[in-house]
Design a protein around this ligand. Structure first.
Ligand code: GDP
Ligand code: MG
Length: 597
């Protein structure tokens, strides 16, 4: 393999600007995929699979391309996930590339996510090739877009005009990749050094790690070591994606591919880790390795107690493919035996919940997400509390710390006021505001992570008509005046409903939470009070009326099928109910904190 003929690149874009469509055209143009085999938006289906956590067919595709200079090139297109929960994975994928196609919609122009992507690409030292796409549209304004490019520091003369839809400009894009993106430079004769940017679990072959060789080479029979976990494995197979997996004799510095090495657990093949040769190791691992760390926790309880073992099996299986997922057994007075799951963020949490229900056919009650609090007790002990129910009594607590993030919000200047108001509402501390160009503003706030996970992003989107983007990173723990809000249903405290809130908001949250619970908990045969309390001090109360009518009475005339339907529907609804004491509580109630206004 001639390294000068290898080029590794990725495509970055604001959503809907045409990343997937352009990738499809590149694969067709290079005959990597025959047009007739082309499923629409190949890259998109992969993206969805990954976002939904399902096994990925290929995340890096190798294309062969004969360029203008008459030479044959190997072009590796590396795909990146597009959600803030997976920002670290994105950063590792970009690290495996030398260049990026920056796709911009010719009618929409530069959007906030376009900018966020540019920052990531610059951080990874990538050559950026601007691609102004959708020039076939009547509303296309490529000249205006070029002006916007100047504002964000990109030379508009470098832009390539395309219509991915109609296949215009595709050859120019490939030629630009060849001309402008440098080839990898790593020394083939040095000890192996390879960057893992993803790994998946296959039930037959074990873990398949995706990596970029930075120095040296890798081949079957070699004893490799994962430097962060210090585990060693013998290489069984190395290969490339064409886009199907195709084994090769060896991969050398600059190349991108996969390795199968009898790895049983994705925990031993972590994104960002460095692969080296066990007997001839490289001096130093690649910089920037971070172990995935759960930021958000929630309780996962089977509706049917008998499903507890199934739930554990399912979580174990999912964990094989997901080094970031954690879980531990947990018991709740209200919900019985279950698990506390730990996740990278809310999207990650939703994906796992959805998979447990869809793929493993489990009916679950999930509790509201929580962050990890550091509780300093009067006796000097420091507890890490990830379940509000486990919070010690107020008199035992000296002070509490909560995780803070630095949040970067990008939005059009018309919405700056709305963005700031929301951030302040959520206990945000203003850090910085900058005009990125004439109309676009970057706001930086420090916010409690707990406020972010309570649908901050959705609120931000609706306050800005969808224009704002959000990115955040953990910055440390801060002391805060936090209290545990106990929720009592029919005078019984329900541990799984308790939550931790800021003292200043406790009253308001207690009010809205009890109102929501009244909405969600169906009428019972008797009157049910719903109360919010701090310690024993009740601060809010609502009453659910006693049930009066039998539901079947609504079906007057006795239309059998309708009656049956109604009963079935009721049964369906019941599945996601949990009998707690004398009251039936539905799933929504446990998530009520997420829907209060
Ligand atoms: P992504 O979110 O960046 O991956 O964008 P997609 O590739 O999914 O494209 C979003 C939408 O724009 C789809 O409906 C595409 O068919 C459409 N699209 C993509 N490229 C073009 C183009 O060059 N011209 C037109 N008119 N539509 C396009
Ligand atoms: Mg897409």
């Amino acid at each position: 393999v001639n390294q000068d003929r290898i080029i590794n690149f990725c495509i970055i874009a604001h959503v809907d600007h045409g990343k997937s469509t352009l990738a499809d055209r590149l694969l067709e143009y290079t005959d990597t995929i025959e047009e007739r085999d082309m499923e629409e938006q190949l890259l998109d289906t992969m993206e969805l699979e990954r976002e939904r956590g399902i096994t990925i067919k290929a995340q890096a595709v190798r294309m062969n391309y004969e360029a203008d200079d008459g030479q044959n090139y190997i072009l590796n297109l590396i795909d990146t996930p597009g959600h803030v929960d997976f920002n670290y994975e994105v950063s590792r994928s970009l690290e495996a590339c030398e260049g990026a196609l920056l796709v911009i919609d010719a009618a929409q122009g530069v959007e906030a996510q376009t900018l966020a992507n540019i920052y990531l690409a610059l951080e990874a030292d990538l050559e950026i090739i601007p691609v102004i796409n959708k020039i076939d549209l009547d509303s296309a304004r490529p000249d205006l877009v070029k002006e916007e490019l100047i504002d964000i520091g990109i030379d508009p003369d470098e832009a390539i005009l395309t219509s991915a839809k109609e296949g215009v400009g595709i050859g120019e894009v490939l030629d630009a990749v060849v001309e402008r993106v440098s080839s990898p430079a790593g020394d083939i004769d040095r000890p192996l050094k390879a960057l893992i940017f993803d790994s998946v679990y296959d039930p037959y072959q074990g873990v398949i790690a995706y990596y970029r060789v930075v120095e040296g080479s890798i081949e079957p029979g070699m004893e490799i070591e994962m430097m962060a976990t210090e585990k060693t494995f013998e290489v069984e197979e190395v290969g490339i994606f064409t886009p199907n997996m195709e084994s090769v004799d060896r991969l050398v510095a600059g190349e991108v591919g996969y390795v199968i090495a009898g790895i049983k657990d994705v925990k031993h093949s972590r994104v960002g880790d460095t692969i080296t040769e066990a007997n001839n190791p490289t001096d130093e691992p690649l910089p920037g390795y971070q172990k995935a760390k759960p930021m958000v926790y929630c309780g996962l309880y089977p509706v049917e107690g008998a499903d507890y073992d199934l739930l554990r099996d399912a979580l174990e299986k999912l964990q094989l493919n997901d080094a970031a997922l954690t879980f531990e057994p947990e018991t709740s007075e209200a919900l019985g035996f279950g698990y506390r799951g730990g996740f990278l963020g809310l999207l990650h949490m939703e994906i796992i919940q959805e998979r447990l229900e869809r793929e493993y056919d489990l009916d679950l009650i999930t509790t509201a997400p929580s962050v990890v609090y550091k509780v300093h007790k009067e006796d000097g002990e420091v507890l890490e509390i990830e379940n509000p129910a486990k919070m010690p009594e107020p008199q035992e607590i000296d002070f509490i710390e909560e995780p803070f993030v630095e949040a970067t919000i990008m939005l059009p200047d018309d919405y700056v006021g709305d963005g700031m108001e929301l951030a302040q509402d959520r206990r945000g501390e203003f850090e910085d505001m900058q005009y990125l160009d004439e109309t676009r503003v970057k706001l930086v706030y420090e916010l409690p992570l707990s406020e972010i996970i309570l649908d901050f992003f959705d609120q931000l989107k609706s306050a800005t008509r969808g224009y704002a983007t959000l990115d955040y990173e953990f910055v440390g723990y801060r002391e805060a005046d936090l209290v545990k809000l106990n929720i009592l249903v029919n005078k019984d405290p329900i541990d799984a409903l308790s939550c931790i809130v800021h003292e200043d908001n406790a009253y308001e949250i207690g009010q809205s939470l009890t109102r929501k619970l009244k909405e969600f908990i169906p009428e019972q045969m008797f009157e049910v009070p719903v109360q919010a309390a701090i310690g024993n001090n009740v601060i809010a109360r609502q009453t659910i009326r006693a049930k009066r009518k039998n539901v079947l009475q609504k079906c007057y005339g006795g239309d059998v099928s309708r009656k049956r339907k109604l009963l079935e529907k009721q049964k369906e609804g019941k599945k996601r109910m949990k009998q707690v004491g004398s009251v039936e509580i539905p799933q929504e109630a446990f998530m009520a904190i997420l829907s209060i206004d």
